[in-house]
Ligand binder design. Structure first.
Ligand SMILES: [Zn+2]
Length: 118
């Protein structure tokens, strides 16, 4: 196990609106970021210490990042027209990403040929 704790847990960020990189920013963190894409929640977690959004086990989610490399989790929704992905995601703490397992998705073929036509 190589869990390096960034610091004491007693000091949550007062605001998430800041756009500057903190002084103790560790560039190695960037390498630990998971790629954007689709994931399955392997263990229930909350977005942050405030528990605004709960992600339940086996939920299908999309991971993205904003301009500050802050992870955002989107919850695709199934409707009459298939799966749609909402415009807004939840800002989550980076350490929650450990609960996400990448999913394999079939990629759409770039060719527009239809082999099923008889
Ligand atoms: Zn939250």
């Amino acid at each position: 196990m190589s869990m390096h704790d960034a610091g004491p847990k007693a000091t949550p960020p007062a605001s998430r609106r800041g756009t500057t990189v903190p002084a103790d920013f560790d560039p190695k963190v960037l390498h630990a970021l998971k790629p954007e894409g689709f994931y399955r929640v392997t263990r229930e977690f909350f977005c942050c210490a405030k528990k605004c959004t709960k992600f339940e086990t086996d939920t299908f989610v999309q991971l993205g990042y904003n301009g500050n490399a802050t992870p955002l989790v989107f919850m695709p929704q199934v409707g009459a027209n298939g799966i749609s992905i909402p415009d807004r995601g939840s800002v989550v703490d980076e350490n929650t990403l450990a609960n996400l397992q990448p999913m394999k998705l079939a990629a759409r073929s770039p060719k527009k040929t239809w082999n099923t036509k008889l």
